[in-house]
Ligand binder design. Structure first.
Ligand code: SF4
Ligand code: SF4
Length: 191
């Protein structure tokens, strides 16, 4: 009863009950989450393990056997890059060519991976890291030395140009079909 003796309106009681119910449900959710394992990590002290196909920042590679730079300065990556952020100068040499200069403006990169897909020597790759945050855009203008250093610093992604091109090649015909084709026989289409 109210102070003037009048009964509280039924609408008021219903709304109060709804409010108490909502607060109770919210508190139950809060309590449940209090004991859950957190999904966040204390980056950068704790590093998350990324999947093998994670495609992060770009880098240049060395041949692990000879220690030579893999880049032959062919400029295919420069031609394919949609925002034109790669610039390569070729250095012609006796046995093979090299990149005299190689620059990549990472701040304008779309991470489309086209440069990786066309590279004939797996010289440009993507890394399993995005750990290049900075407040100075100039830090993201990567030259040849920096790109090679990044390639040594972080783990490479599974996706190299040669692997990606292999995936896009049409599947080989099954053995029986290949034999028929070799004999010059043609199969009747199934009814
Ligand atoms: S990932 Fe795409 S945008 Fe970035 S450098 Fe390669 S081709 Fe250019
Ligand atoms: S990174 Fe690959 S595609 Fe680009 S210039 Fe070097 S060899 Fe050619």
């Amino acid at each position: 009863m109210g102070s003037n003796g009048a009964r509280p309106a039924p609408g008021f009681l219903r709304e109060t009950a709804q409010l108490i119910g909502a607060v109770g449900r919210a508190m139950a959710i809060t309590l449940r989450n209090l004991f859950r394992r957190p999904v966040t990590v204390r980056y950068p002290d704790v590093q998350r393990a990324y999947p093998n196909r994670f495609r992060g920042i770009l880098a240049l590679t060395y041949d692990p056997e000879t220690g030579e730079e893999n880049c032959i300065g062919c400029r295919l990556c420069e031609y394919i890059c949609p925002p034109q952020v790669i610039k390569v100068e070729m250095l012609k040499a006796e046995k093979r060519n090299y990149a005299k200069t190689f620059t990549l403006e990472l701040y304008s990169c779309e991470f489309c991976e086209l440069c990786v897909q066309v590279c004939p020597t797996d010289a440009i790759i993507m890394l399993k890291s995005f750990d290049l945050a900075t407040a100075d855009r100039r830090d993201l203008l990567l030259d040849k030395d920096r790109l090679h250093a990044l390639g040594l610093q972080f783990e490479p992604s599974w996706a190299t140009g040669n692997r990606l091109r292999d995936m896009q090649a049409p599947p080989k015909p099954a053995r029986a079909e290949a034999k028929v084709e070799a004999k010059g026989e043609t199969k009747e289409p199934a009814e």
